[in-house]
Design a protein around this ligand. Structure first.
Ligand code: FAD
Length: 285
């Protein structure tokens, strides 16, 4: 089996004393020689300083990518963060619009002096520096998209603006990803569509997230976690097995890159990587 390219996603800890622990997680994941490890940007830019701090520290350990959103901020404010990323050695970004400040489902209105959508943000970022740019995409369509064509038109705008790859929202049915990948190729999208793979072992949390972003949760997934509410190790094991099965199926369909939503834990991600034939000492090799 060819070894797929991988990337990992972390979120900034709420308290400053969580940074050291998070960097230890990152260090373990870095052993798998990821293309990058990314750090999310809190809703509405709420974690700006923490994201900047963690991403800059992470850049010392591994290729780091800083997420950035444009919701609720002027272009000047966003540009300042981008300049700080670049100065700290963070040469990769995940460029996003962000959700409305009132929460998912509320009407979105661009900031009066801001970048309106992710494609505008990419054009702005590229004026600052030649960032490697990832963007988000949605196999089950973005909640605001009017359908698949609208979703793909928007993704095409982002690729045309300079995105290097698109990372998907999480999903559970491999076929959902594969249909989207093929539809994107048919729409002339020639950059990689990387499956975003969720490693959340807390099924209640997983259901909540899936509800918010519109991801279909098949019965098979609910059944795998049934009766495990009070058994964390069994839930971890179920997550590893389910995710490994999804990834293996995708590799069989020619998928050669994965982005893991790690929930800031290393153990599940590491086990899934091993199941994909990846070696934790790849970095040194
Ligand atoms: P866009 O691509 O800008 O588009 C969103 C919707 O806006 C489109 O579906 C379309 O309906 C509409 N639209 C786009 N362009 C136009 C236009 N020109 N005219 C009219 N309508 C238009 N959120 C965070 O807050 N922080 C994070 O760190 C974060 N990380 C993420 C990582 C990944 C991999 C993914 C998939 C999502 C992430 N999100 C994050 C969530 C993301 O911010 C939301 O999904 C948001 O609602 C959409 O962002 P986008 O960049 O995909 O939006």
């Amino acid at each position: 089996m060819n070894q797929p390219e991988i990337s990992f996603e972390l979120f900034p800890p709420k308290r400053p004393d969580g940074i050291e622990a998070l960097l230890r997680v990152a260090d373990k994941l870095a052993g798998f020689d990821p293309a990058f490890i990314s750090v999310t940007y809190g809703a509405g830019g709420s974690s700006r300083e923490r994201t900047l701090g963690v991403t800059s520290a992470l850049a010392e350990i591994a290729p780091a990518a800083g997420h950035i959103t444009c919701v609720g901020a002027s272009c000047a404010e966003v540009d300042k963060v981008l300049e700080e990323y670049w100065a700290a050695g963070v040469k990769r970004i995940v460029a996003l619009r962000g959700d409305p400040l009132e929460g998912i489902g509320a009407a979105y209105a661009p900031h009066e002096e801001g970048y309106a959508y992710a494609d505008d943000l990419i054009r702005g970022a590229k004026k600052i520096a030649d960032f490697d740019v990832s963007v988000g995409c949605y196999p089950e369509t973005h909640p605001e998209a009017r359908g698949l064509q609208d979703e793909l038109d928007n993704l095409k705008r982002k690729i045309d603006a300079g995105a290097d790859r698109a990372i998907t929202q999480f999903f559970f049915e491999p076929e959902i990803f594969l249909r989207y990948r093929d539809a994107a190729a048919d729409a002339g999208i020639d950059k990689p569509i990387v499956p975003g793979v969720m490693l959340q072992p807390n099924f209640k949390g997983l259901q909540k997230m899936a509800g918010l972003c519109g991801a279909f949760v098949p019965l098979k997934i609910s059944q795998a976690y049934e009766g495990l509410d009070d058994d964390a190790p069994a839930r971890d094991r179920a997550t590893i097995d389910l995710v490994s099965e999804i990834c293996t199926r995708l590799v069989g369909e020619g998928v050669n890159a994965f982005h893991f939503y790690t929930m800031n834990k290393s153990a599940i991600a590491m086990e899934v990587c091993r199941n994909l034939g990846l070696n934790k000492d790849r970095r040194a090799a």
